[in-house]
Ligand binder design. Structure first.
Ligand code: ATP
Ligand code: MG
Length: 416
């Protein structure tokens, strides 16, 4: 019986690894320049961590979590809640007044698989805890914009403010009054949302609902003075730093913990799942999870969507050699000899491979080509007797005869 991977779960095959590593490396290099430290978090957490922080009435918690119901444990659907849980658990506010942290790894959401949407996917999460300055919001947006630019990905930035517990209730009421006048023209989901979480109605993807809420009151007109000043501060920095953006009053994000600044980078090349990177401020979250009253802000990037964009741009194939040398051993004695030589060359730091099956020279050369080996050393009985063998540079096609000695072979690989 052939067992296949679960729907929405996929293997990342060796041919795709180069682009994945490239994305990860660009991220790590950039995050170091911005003085971020890596943190690695568990994949399984207590269910209540997500229910409380993301919000019980969000799509994620209501429909998308993988939960072991008998144990009240859940595969993480995102990393912010776990990261803040760790921040509180390890009293990280005592170590540094402002903690700048990032983490990368798989997330799990049981949604309908489609282009750009999987059930196991990977995120890079970038979080800063300990500052409420609008300069920080702008710095994170600059970091995100630089990251995408360094990858060569074009995406546009949309920002909004969701206000705070001071000003959001009044906006919620104004919005609710507007929605209630059109309730019969909205979809079932929106009618349900109007009771549980009316801001989510603004986020409905259905064309009919979108048209209905076109003229909905804007949260930007309902912000309290400090939220308005914060949004102004963010915009001033963005203009100063020449980061392009657009204010989008409909962007509400699907998680309850956000306050004030929220943002998304969207791409036209992804179809319906257009968001590549999204995040926002979560000033009450640390306290809600039992920690000190510390403000925070962060974002998550879906790595599959970045890889998809890079693959669409055709920037994924690598022609770099996989190995420095392939040992083509002809005959049993030569295979035995090359086992030792391979071991020594690897000890010297070279990337080496060989074939044990005693195949023909032609088929071993094919194998070396497939691995894009930089060099091939041909060893048969005659070479073993004379102690001399031919080293072939696969790119220049030049051949050199040299002694069968790992240091001599090693320096020939380096210089030819
Ligand atoms: P969407 O609106 O596309 O469902 P979201 O608002 O649920 O996204 P977040 O929870 O903010 O997304 O996650 C941040 C990023 O993670 C998204 O912008 C996207 O790139 C990626 N992402 C989210 N869900 C998935 C998924 N099921 N498969 C692949 N990537 C995902
Ligand atoms: Mg989603």
């Amino acid at each position: 019986m052939k067992v296949q991977a679960l729907l929405g779960f996929r293997d990342i095959l060796p041919a795709e690894i180069a682009v994945w590593r490239h994305v990860e490396q660009v991220a790590r290099d950039l995050l170091e320049r911005f003085h971020f430290a890596e943190i690695r978090l568990p994949i399984l957490e207590k269910t209540e961590l997500f229910a409380r922080s993301i919000g019980a009435e969000t799509d994620i918690v209501e429909k998308e979590m993988y939960t072991f119901v008998d144990r009240q444990e859940t595969l993480r659907p995102e990393a912010t809640a776990s990261l803040i849980r760790a921040y509180v658990e390890h009293n990280m506010h005592l170590a540094k007044p402002v903690q700048r942290l990032y983490t990368m790894g798989p997330m799990f959401r049981r949604e309908r698989p489609q282009k750009g949407r999987l059930r196991q996917f990977h995120q890079l999460s970038v979080e800063v805890v300990g500052s409420s300055s609008p300069h920080l919001d702008a710095e994170l947006l600059t970091l995100a914009a630089t990251f995408l630019a360094e990858l060569g990905i074009t995406a546009s930035l949309e920002i909004n403010s969701l206000g705070c517990p001071e000003c959001r209730p009044a906006y919620r009421n104004a919005l609710l009054a507007f929605i209630n006048e059109r309730l019969d023209r909205l979809c079932d989901d929106c009618r349900r949302r109007s009771v549980t979480n009316p801001l989510r109605v603004l986020d409905c993807k259905k064309t009919a609902c979108r048209a209905e809420v076109q003229d909905a009151p804007s949260i930007q007109d309902h912000l309290c003075s400090s939220c308005a000043a914060h949004l102004d501060g963010v915009q001033q920095d963005l203009q100063l730093l020449a980061i392009d953006y657009r204010l989008n009053k409909f962007m509400v994000r699907g998680l309850d913990y956000y306050v004030r600044t929220t943002f998304e980078f969207v791409s036209d090349d992804l179809g319906a799942q257009s968001a590549v990177l999204a995040g926002g401020r979560y000033d009450g979250l640390v306290e809600m999870l039992g920690g000190p009253a510390m403000p925070g802000i962060g974002f998550a990037v879906g790595l599959e969507r970045l890889v998809l964009l890079l693959q669409q741009q055709g920037e994924t194939s690598s022609s770099a050699p996989e190995i420095d040398i392939f040992l083509a051993a002809l005959g049993e004695a030569a295979v035995g000899y090359c086992v030792g030589l391979q071991h020594r060359l690897r000890g010297d730091g070279f990337r080496v491979d060989m074939d044990y099956a005693g195949k023909s020279l032609k088929s071993q050369m094919k194998q070396a080509d497939k691995a894009r080996a930089a060099h091939v050393l041909i060893v048969g009985d005659q070479e073993l007797n004379s102690g001399q063998a031919v080293l072939r540079n696969m790119e220049t096609k030049q051949q050199a005869e040299l002694s069968l000695d790992h240091t001599i072979i090693g320096s020939a690989i380096k210089t030819s």
